[in-house]
Design a protein. Structure first.
Ligand SMILES: [Zn+2]
Length: 189
């Protein structure tokens, strides 16, 4: 049984529409005229919307601090729905909305799981890529060192060839001078 009429809400501010068609509150304190609970401070009671099978889409009020030690105030705001067809017409779309919300939650969890997996794979890919780059850099440095060694060896061989060449030339000149000396000696003799 409703103890407060719902027709005296001309001063009520506009409440923004929520995304879900199954709303659980009007904005707990966003209704007029005010109704106070049993607390000594005469606090305004909070308004909610019941979606139980017995009372679908029926507003009620409780203490705004009911969950944190408030009073036991509880009062229906709307009259009960007595026509079974009307009640079922509210319960059916409620069930459909709940089912869609449940499917959406499953989809969101699936997407979140896949996104997390993609992030993990991307991190793994970056790690492998960086490892390959590091290995490639190391091989490049090794190749540079090998090239330097080859260049040094080449220079040493060229130096050795040059030395050998000049040594052969000196041998040839000395030999030639010996031959000339012998020929001169025999001529003189
Ligand atoms: Zn209270």
């Amino acid at each position: 049984m409703a103890s407060i009429g719902s027709s005296s809400s001309t001063a009520a501010p506009r409440v923004p529409l929520m995304k879900s068609p199954i709303r659980y509150r009007t904005g707990p304190l966003d209704y007029y005229p005010d109704k106070t609970c049993y607390c000594k401070s005469n606090a305004k009671a909070a308004m909610w919307i019941s979606w139980s099978d017995d009372n679908p889409c029926r507003r009620y009020m409780t203490c705004a601090r009911a969950r944190t030690g408030g009073c036991k105030f509880y009062e229906w705001y709307d009259d009960p729905i007595t026509v079974p067809f009307v009640k079922q017409s509210l319960i059916d779309p409620r069930d459909k909305v709940w089912r869609i919300q449940e499917e959406n939650e499953i989809l969101h969890r699936t997407v979140a799981t896949r996104q997390a997996r993609e992030v993990h794979l991307l991190e793994e890919l970056c790690r492998v890529k960086m490892a390959n780059q590091s290995e490639g850099q190391q091989r490049l440095e090794e190749a540079e060192m090998f090239k330097g060694t080859i260049n040094n060896l080449t220079k040493q061989m060229e130096e050795m060839n040059k030395n050998c060449s000049s040594s052969r030339s000196r041998t040839f000149v000395v030999g030639l001078m010996c031959v000339l000396a012998c020929v001169l000696y025999f001529i003189a003799a």
